[in-house]
Design a protein around this ligand. Structure first.
Ligand code: NI
Length: 394
């Protein structure tokens, strides 16, 4: 296979890919409500004669492309959901729904997914294996991937490889991140409930103040990363919500803290969870209060297979000699793509998409987020070629 064919094909499809993206952008839908988006995806997949399964995890779509030559199965996943953000881009294709916006680029991902299917479809007679296209709902913290897995997306056929991508406004168009090893952190959320003894604001000696205990816990939690985690490893502990009290002259009886933990490796994760629990209970006890800690696991880390990353690096370099290919991009952000990667050799690519000279460089989740649409055909050809190279290798 001459992979530059995909570059030319994607170039020819550019207007269509951009039109799809703008249509999705204009009609953003929140997690598990992507009915219109899934409808467009389903029609496009059926037009390519793919075997389509819909309504997986509410609005998810799976389409299987069976090549005419035998070979392995590659899963390729694209997320479809928007965010509860009021758009401020002023773009002609801006969201028509108040308070809902594609502020992360998933409109682009969905368009790229359709384009990849079209690119591969043209070579179906030579396609050496199967491609499982997964269009996922609710990536933004709502657990869409986990539900799709629970509903059988990793079965019949079981993928031999998994691939995904994210448009990446932290980096300019022409930059491509193919991280070797861990790329995105595993995430949990925590809730710490602190019970004291309520009383009069003027008589603190007769109360047990949960506000002060929660404040001490918040401060002491910051010692976990600086004093417990090996400095050569990475971790984040962020307290993001602090709730207590109703009146200025009443010491409340309860305080609640919420936050998130990010780690890459199981040993560090175990250590951080254990220390959050110990610090919370120990500090509360020292203050005469009591603390209860609850963890909810959100996603495992996204870890790229090093051999696949190296292979794709060489591939993308041959397709785009001018591109900057970075093997070291790591973010403490998380991605539920991890659920489609566990135990499966995988790779997750970052496709640089900002363009400062056109003011298309607002960060992800910002009301002014928008990207250079030149990233769409680029991403489409890279992902199509990546699928092919994994099928061909086996
Ligand atoms: Ni995103």
């Amino acid at each position: 296979m001459d992979f530059t064919q995909f570059v030319q094909q994607a170039h020819a499809l550019e207007d269509e890919i951009i039109a799809l993206r703008r249509d999705f952008h204009r009609h953003p839908e929140l997690g598990f409500q992507e009915h219109r988006t899934a409808g467009v995806v389903t029609t496009e997949m059926e037009n390519l004669d793919l075997e389509v399964r819909t309504k997986i995890a509410e609005t998810g779509v799976m389409a299987l492309m069976v090549g005419e030559r035998p070979g392995p199965t590659v899963l390729i996943r694209f997320d479809m959901d928007a965010l509860p953000v009021q758009e401020e881009t002023g773009a002609p294709y801006a969201s028509i729904h108040d308070g809902v916006m594609h502020a992360c680029g998933h409109d682009g991902h969905t368009a790229v997914g359709i384009a990849v299917a079209k690119l591969l479809h043209e070579h179906r007679a030579n396609l050496p294996g199967k491609v499982k296209f997964v269009f996922q709902p609710a990536e933004e913290g709502l657990g869409g991937a986990e539900r799709m897995v629970a509903e059988g997306v990793l079965e019949n056929p079981k993928p031999d490889y998994s691939l995904s991508m994210h448009l990446w406004n932290d980096k300019p168009l022409g930059w491509i991140g193919i991280t070797s090893g861990p790329a995105m952190a595993g995430a949990e959320k925590f809730k710490i409930e602190i019970r004291g003894e309520g009383g009069h604001g003027a008589a603190p000696h007769r109360a047990v103040d949960p506000v002060l205990a929660a404040a001490q816990i918040t401060t002491t939690l910051q010692s976990i990363v600086s004093r417990n985690v090996d400095p050569r490893e990475s971790a984040v502990v962020s307290v993001t919500q602090f709730q207590a009290g109703e009146a200025f002259n009443v010491i409340p009886s309860h305080a609640t803290l919420h936050g998130t933990i990010r780690t890459f490796i199981p040993e560090v994760r175990e250590l951080v969870l254990q220390r959050v629990e110990e610090v919370s209970r120990g500090v509360a006890t020292a203050m005469g209060a009591a603390a209860q800690v609850e963890f909810t696991r959100l996603t495992p880390p996204v870890v790229n297979d090093r051999a696949i990353a190296a292979k794709l690096h060489t591939l993308v370099e041959s397709m785009f000699p001018e591109a900057t290919i970075d093997s070291n991009e790591i973010t403490m952000g998380s991605e539920d793509m991890a659920f489609f990667m566990g135990g499966i050799p995988s790779s997750y690519l970052f496709i640089g998409s900002s363009n400062a000279s056109r003011s298309l460089d607002a960060p992800h989740h910002n009301p002014r987020f928008d990207f250079d649409e030149g990233a769409l055909p680029l991403a489409s050809s890279i992902m199509a070629a990546s699928v092919w190279s994994l099928l061909e290798a086996s």
